[in-house]
Design a protein around this ligand. Structure first.
Ligand SMILES: Cc1ncc(COP(=O)(O)O)c(C=O)c1O
Ligand SMILES: N[C@@H](CCOP(=O)(O)O)C(=O)O
Length: 450
């Protein structure tokens, strides 16, 4: 299997190269040259454990990794989850289910891919003998999950940019209280978008990338998306047979990586009925799916801070398919959007997506209502999935544990939400750094430390 860039200006590469580069050298995002047809495998796969499912799925893509090595990597990646099902499903009533994706070590859905990516990087370092420098941008969860996926791995230095004061205090502690001397949490003034834009520009400097062995942990890295595909397969197989073909997957959305993974699995043949993109008040994607216009707005801090994103990275992967795999058109749209902050699609095709928007007041009301009705505590991101006026059956992806956002939960239901792994962080020393969100400043900081 080979991987191509959405911008079409570099030759296809192997799985390991796509993972090692993160962003393609032409600034595009990697995708499989062809999407496989999973239909012939589905009956057999429905009987597998989570790790086995992940292994057979990855074997289709990671064709340049030995089968034994892949098995070891995948098996190790799901040992630190605190639920036997890894991604358990909770039934709230006949029409509403929740897919809990917060049972990993940092209590957010990012652990599914970042435990795996950490082990893929470890295997790559052992194979090549080359050290790597990981650079990521986070609005709260990716950074923590990346740091914990890489913690203790030889040959890795980790740098994570995050918007100072715009993530929850416990999310910050997950990144800044590790005590590790090869982990650099970098607080910036500005928004997640500022951090992500600066990070992408650093990746475009191929000389610097080669100099420091630059690697990516954000969902620009295709391995992230592929690992996230697996829980859609697992959820589909675990839903009751009379429900699974008739249920919409509702996905709290920011950078569009989570829902894109589900949409790709659907394109590979898993008969998912449809998807709802659930945004917070940073609603560029909701406005797009409603109107066909993709228009930038200021990032507005919200009580669901990990979704405080306007420029959604993975929208480019969706575009590639929506525009008939025409890389030239993708380049034109991305360029127009970069220059003007807007792109108007003619005859926009929603491609099976519906969407919703939930503001802070609604999030608080939803957390309260869901608790009153079902006794279930939804975190503020998950709450965006419970919008009013849904029709039919829905499975809402619960993307983070509520204990990461205790103040919002306390305000909404008057009760504490805690988790032992977070309590334990409260007495630890915070170590963080400040950097200007410019590619030059970030590169200088990294050069001085690798
Ligand atoms: C808790 C939580 N929910 C939802 C999202 C949105 O996911 P995505 O960026 O893949 O759309 C994020 C961040 O990515 C998150 O951390
Ligand atoms: N919400 C994310 C933002 C980055 O998303 P990613 O999926 O591209 O890593 C976060 O918590 O950092």
């Amino acid at each position: 299997m080979q991987f191509i860039s959405t911008r079409g200006q570099v030759p296809p590469v192997s799985f390991s190269t796509a993972v090692a580069q993160g962003l393609a050298p032409d600034g595009g995002l990697y995708l499989p040259e062809q999407l496989p047809d999973l239909k012939p495998y589905l009956a057999e796969w429905s009987k597998l454990s989570y790790a086995e499912l992940c292994e057979v799925f990855f074997a289709i893509f990671a064709t340049d990794i030995e089968a034994d090595e892949l098995k070891k990597i995948v098996t190790r990646s799901y040992t630190k989850f605190d639920h036997a099902d890894i991604a358990p499903i909770v039934k709230l009533d006949d029409d509403r289910y929740v897919l809990e994706l917060f049972h990993g070590p940092t209590l957010a859905f990012k652990d599914f891919a970042l435990q795996l990516l950490g082990n893929l990087y470890e295997s790559q370092i052992a194979r090549t003998g080359n050290r790597i420098s990981v650079l990521g941008a986070t609005s709260g969860d990716t950074g923590a999950a990346a740091i914990h996926g890489l913690l203790g791995k030889e040959g890795v230095t980790t740098f994570i940019l995050y918007p100072d004061g715009r993530i929850s205090p416990l999310q910050e502690r997950q990144m800044t209280c590790t005590g590790a001397d090869n982990v650099f949490p970098l607080a910036i003034k500005g928004s997640f978008d500022d951090a992500q834009t600066a990070m992408k520009t650093v990746f475009e400097d191929r000389e610097f990338a080669a100099e420091v062995g630059l690697s990516a942990v954000n969902s620009i890295n295709l391995a992230r998306i592929l690992a996230q595909c697996v829980y859609y397969l697992s959820a589909y197989f675990r839903l009751p047979e009379d429900v699974r073909d008739d249920i919409t997957f509702v996905v709290p959305t920011g950078n569009f990586g989570n829902v894109l993974a589900g949409w790709l699995v659907q394109r590979m043949g898993l008969p998912i009925k449809g998807f709802r993109v659930a945004t917070n008040q940073n609603d560029i994607l909701h406005r797009l799916f409603e109107s066909g216009t993709y228009q930038l707005d200021e990032v507005a801090p919200s009580v669901a801070p990990s979704m405080d994103i306007q420029v959604a990275s993975n929208f480019e992967r969706f575009l590639y398919y929506a525009e008939g795999q025409d890389s030239e058109k993708v380049r034109e749209i991305i360029q127009t959007f970069k220059e003007t902050g807007k792109y108007v699609f003619e005859n926009f095709d929603r491609a099976g997506f519906s969407s919703s928007r939930t503001d802070d007041a609604q999030i608080a009301a939803i957390i309260k209502d869901v608790y009153a009705k079902y006794g279930y505590v939804a975190d503020p991101h998950t709450a965006c999935g419970f919008s009013d006026g849904f029709e039919g059956k829905e499975i809402i992806l619960s993307t983070a544990h509520p204990a990461k956002f205790p103040d919002t939960i306390q305000d909404a239901i008057g009760e504490d939400s805690t988790h032992p792994s977070l309590e334990e962080l409260k007495s630890r020393e915070i170590v963080k750094y400040s950097v200007e969100p410019t590619p030059e400043a970030i590169k200088a900081f990294m050069r001085a430390r690798v």
